[in-house]
Write a protein that binds this ligand. Structure first.
Ligand code: FE2
Ligand code: FE2
Length: 397
């Protein structure tokens, strides 16, 4: 039996890791490859997230993967984790198996300074996964390690994508899309939990968690994800879009509860709002975003306020939030695919499609259309094809 052990911080795991794992598993003919989440790697600093969260992301990413398994071996052991301990634990569990310890090419150089390199090499073949442009250097380093400590050191040629966890974290922080860098399931997980986002946003999410039902919170975080993607496609300020998306449903409560909430807080409601309470949460949401969450940016407040009815002359930022809310990845309804592809082509067209769709739904359920709706729809019709609402970067997910 051939067993691979691929250690790393996986903070977060990205598609480069997954591709390397697949490639090395095939190349070495491994029966199983364990991706071991480092608890506290003595030779590598800067793991930002707790091990259990990094493990959860890795598990999510490896669902459906054949023979590649997320391992908590180091996390369970706790304390400082040394490769020798990890390799020994696997050697004990899989007696008689041929072990391969897999490291990134950048780690190979520091190998001689690890604890007991000789001991590691007695138990496992050290395999460096390196990109083709660095293969020659790697081979030289591998040879010098073998000369110094004995054992076997191999270098795997790997042609997968060049992605770094640092870059993924930076993008999550700055509100730039991470599509194509991490597995989709992992992207959803990061957004659902506001991972790597600025502290201020993480605190808002925690507050929302106390108020909103789980499903509503998930919808909110998926709207954040979609808003970031759309903002990039239209050159809209993504940090504003993200903040507005995060707060767009900050007071989305069942009808009676939201009316009680407003009465309690002394927030006046119009007759129209009392009759159609679903209209309340966008206007009151924008009030709360200001008073309770300290948002002062009028553009952000406007996007929150307009996400239910829209208005004539709304901005691309308003529309990004409006559309993100209706097409985020957890939404499901007939015609959604067409709207999604329009959303990454022309905002006015996508928004009009959404409005038509919800108008149909409103009429079917026996309610009247809001009087403002027709006017907004006519305005949007005239704006289709306008450069102001055309995607500058058609990267439809
Ligand atoms: Fe809403
Ligand atoms: Fe929403």
């Amino acid at each position: 039996m051939k067993i691979g052990i691929f250690g790393g911080s996986f903070d977060p795991v990205h598609l480069g890791h997954i591709a390397a794992a697949r490639s090395v598993k095939q190349e070495l003919g491994l029966d199983k490859l364990f991706m071991v989440v480092a608890a506290d790697a003595p030779h590598k600093h800067g793991a930002n997230l707790p091990g259990n969260i990094r493990l959860r992301m890795l598990e999510t990413a490896l669902e459906g993967e054949d023979g590649i398994i997320a391992s908590d071996a180091e996390l369970k052991r706790g304390g400082k984790s040394y490769t020798l301990d990890t390799v020994s634990a696997f050697a004990k569990q899989y007696r008689g198996a041929e072990l391969y310890f897999i490291v990134g090419g950048d780690m190979l150089e520091s190998f001689p300074s690890w604890r007991e390199p000789k001991g590691i090499l007695e138990k496992a073949v050290l395999t460096a996964v390196s990109r083709p442009d660095t293969v020659r250097d790697m081979r030289a380093i591998a040879d010098s390690i073998m000369a110094q400590f004995g054992g076997r050191v191999s270098v795997s040629g790997f042609t997968g994508p060049d992605i770094s966890s640092t870059e993924v974290r930076r993008r999550m922080f700055e509100a730039e899309p991470v599509r194509g860098m991490v597995p989709l399931s992992c992207e959803f997980y990061m957004y659902r939990n506001a991972l790597y986002m600025p502290e201020k946003l993480r605190r808002i999410r925690l507050k929302l968690r106390q108020r909103l039902k789980r499903k509503r919170l998930d919808h909110t975080m998926m709207t954040v994800l979609e808003a970031v993607r759309l903002a990039a496609a239209y050159g809209v300020d993504a940090q504003k879009a993200r903040l507005a998306a995060l707060l767009h449903d900050c007071i989305k409560l069942p009808n009676k509860e939201i009316i009680d909430f407003c009465d309690e807080k002394g927030i006046e409601l119009t007759d129209e709002e009392r009759e159609s309470p679903y209209l309340i949460h966008s206007r009151v949401g924008s009030l709360l975003a200001k008073d309770e969450f300290g948002v002062t940016d009028e553009e952000v407040l406007s996007a929150i306020r307009l996400h239910t009815l829209g208005c004539v002359g709304m901005t691309p930022l308003d529309m990004v939030v409006y559309v993100a809310d209706k097409i985020e990845p957890s939404r499901e309804y007939d015609g959604l695919d067409e709207i999604r592809s329009a959303a990454y082509r022309d905002l006015a067209e996508a928004m009009l499609m959404v409005m038509r769709h919800s108008a149909e739904y409103t009429l079917k359920s026996g309610r009247c259309l809001n009087p403002a709706t027709g006017e907004v729809m006519r305005w949007l019709e005239g704006e289709i094809g306008s450069p102001r609402f055309a995607a500058i970067n058609a990267n439809q997910p």
